[in-house]
Each structure stands twice: as structure tokens, then as C-alpha cells.
Design a protein around this ligand. Structure first.
Ligand SMILES: C[S@@+](CC[C@H](N)C(=O)[O-])C[C@H]1O[C@@H](n2cnc3c(N)ncnc32)[C@H](O)[C@@H]1O
Length: 300
């Protein structure tokens, strides 16, 4: 902690000190793995230190969990905006945070979402007479939808969003207010939600990497039952390659279930997917994977 105190006084992980800080995080991880440092004690000390010295940083938001859980709509939206503290003594910590692989992957997945929506809407509009319908499970801040809707004005389509946190719904409804005719919000627990409709695409990012395998399979199975022939379910999940995992876990208390492509395939098969209709996509950082499970079209 005395090294950290000096490091904070110097201004934290500036671009020229970023490598040294990353090496320090790796060393801390080693000390915790060997039991030289007790993880619970470290968590307590780091939290107190952050609240004292780094209270305006992204790291403090991650640790504090003001909405009661990791990955709330506010921190995700702050990641989308690469938000940096205005306090000159704290801003290097945020610049370092946003440069890490995991926040980069979150920003990349917004683009992946938007491409996936465009593909689904175009193919539904070409091959189906019905209005394209997208089920968005755990919709969070809705920034990904808002940007897509602004970029595609007037396209007839509907997002049905399922979200547990009423504050996230309030935020996203406000953000998407000008598109209210194309977005509906349902306050519900995705683990128990039974859709009333059939969809061209069911999408979920930022939820399944918190679910154990049996919940993963159960929810995926239910989504597959509510996708139209020719449509697909797309699930985002952090992959086993995540260079910022130690930083997230030890400094942000942000713990996800990381899954390999093989593991995601196994879960898709267990949920009733067919081997030939399963594929794994990646965003450019290759940290966030996307499990695609498609439903054969009526003609195939
Ligand atoms: C990490 S955010 C992802 C938001 C959005 N999908 C994105 O990628 O920008 C996760 C969201 O899942 C919501 N959530 C968590 N558990 C949920 C559940 N069981 N049912 C519905 N929503 C849930 C949280 O409230 C939060 O808004």
C-alpha cells in the first residue's frame, strides 16, 4: 500500500507508467495465488484506499456498485463514453482503465450489436412479411439501441427489452424517448421471463457471463423457443482470453464467468442447438465472444 500511495502522489498510471502498473497488478495476482497476500484483506484495504484517494474514478464506480451489482447501466454507459475524471490527480487512472482489453471489448460489442441488428432487420425485411422484431435481454443503458435507431430512422421494426433494474429502464427510456414507437421495455427477471411473441433475433450481452452453466442453458433454451425460423439467438460472453482479467477482479471486484468457444458450443448443444447452426463470433479485441445459434428457415 505504501508503494501505491507514492504511485497516487505521482499521478497514477500515466501512459509512461502504465507498463509498470500492469506489471504490479500481475505481481499482486501472483502473491494472491500463492497465498502470500490474503485476497479478502486485499479487497478491504484496496476499497478503503480507493474511497480515500481515487473516489472519482471508474475503478471506484466498479468497487462501490451504487446500484447493488457489477456492470450497472451507469458504468456501462461511462465505458461507452470513455468517461474520465476531471480531477487532474485521478484522470490517469481512468485513462488506464479505458485502455484495458475488457472496456475496449465492451465498446466493440456495441458495434457488434449494431451490425447484428442491421443484418437481422435487413434479412427479416427481405424474407419475411412481418415487421422485424428484436428481443433485447438485459438491455441496460440502451446506448447501443439508441445509436442504431438514430442511424436508421424510419425503419419499421420493434425492440422488446427485458431489464430487471427500474433505474436502467428509466435511463434507457429517456435516452430512446424519440424512438418510443420502436422500443418497448418490460421490467422482468430474464431468468423467469416468458416472451409473449416470436422474434427474428434474440440478443443478450452483459448477462450470460454472470450465469452458471445450468442457468445459461435454461435461459438459452427458452430464447430458442421464441425465435422464428430463419432467426437466431446471439449471446455475448467474455472468452477465456482476457488480458485485463486480474485488473478487473483484483482492483474492480468485477468477476465474470469467462468461457471458451468450445464451452459455449457445448452449452448451445445442451440447450437444443444443432451443431451446424452454431457459430462463435468475436469483436476485434477477441475478448468478448458471441454465441450465435440460428433456427433453420422454413425452406431449408
Ligand atoms: C452489463 S449490463 C449490459 C447492458 C447492455 N446489454 C449492453 O451491453 O450495453 C447488464 C444489465 O443486465 C441487467 N440484468 C442483470 N440481471 C438481470 C436479470 N436477471 N434479468 C434482466 N436484466 C438483468 C442489469 O440490470 C444491467 O442493466
Amino acid at each position: 500500500m505504501s508503494w501505491l500511495k507514492q504511485f497516487v502522489d505521482l499521478g497514477g498510471p500515466s501512459p509512461s507508467r502504465a507498463v509498470a502498473f500492469t506489471a504490479w497488478v500481475a505481481e499482486l495476482q501472483g502473491l494472491i495465488q500463492t497465498g502470500t497476500v490474503n485476497r479478502d484483506e486485499w479487497n478491504c484495504e484496496w476499497k478503503a484506499f480507493t474511497m480515500r484517494c481515487l473516489n472519482e474514478t471508474m475503478g471506484a464506480r466498479a468497487l462501490l456498485k451504487p446500484h447493488g451489482y457489477a456492470g450497472d447501466f451507469e458504468i456501462i454507459d461511462a465505458i461507452y463514453h470513455s468517461r474520465v475524471s476531471e480531477d487532474p490527480g485521478q484522470k490517469n487512472w481512468d485513462t488506464y482503465f479505458h485502455a484495458q482489453a475488457a472496456p475496449t471489448a465492451v465498446r466493440n460489442r456495441k458495434i457488434y450489436f449494431q451490425r447484428t441488428i442491421t443484418n437481422a432487420v435487413v434479412s427479416a425485411a427481405c424474407f419475411d412479411e412481418e415487421m422485424p422484431r428484436i428481443l433485447n435481454i438485459a438491455s441496460g443503458p440502451g446506448r447501443d439501441m439508441h445509436e442504431w435507431l438514430c442511424a436508421n430512422p424510419g425503419l419499421p421494426m420493434l425492440f422488446d427489452c427485458v431489464e430487471l433494474d427500474p433505474n436502467a429502464i428509466a435511463f434507457a427510456s429517456n435516452l430512446c424517448a424519440q424512438h418510443a414507437d420502436r422500443v418497448r421495455f418490460h421490467r422482468a427477471n430474464a431468468l423467469r421471463f416468458r416472451p409473449q411473441d416470436m422474434y427474428h433475433l434474440a440478443w443478450s450481452s452483459g448477462l450470460f457471463d454472470y450465469l452458471n452453466d445450468s442457468l445459461f442453458v435454461r435461459v438459452l433454451k427458452s430464447l430458442l423457443n421464441h425465435v422464428l425460423p430463419g432467426g437466431e439467438v446471439v449471446i455475448g460472453n467474455f472468452g477465456s482470453y482476457n488480458p485485463s482479467r486480474a485488473y478487473m477482479e483484483l482492483l474492480g471486484d468485477w468477476n465474470l464467468i469467462h468461457r471458451s468457444p468450445e464451452h459455449l458450443r457445448e452449452l448451445a448443444l445442451a440447450a437444443g442447438g444443432d451443431e451446424k447452426n452454431i457459430r462463435i463470433g468475436r469483436e476485434p479485441a477477441c475478448v468478448n465472444l458471441f454465441l450465435h445459434v440460428s433456427k433453420p428457415s422454413r425452406s431449408s
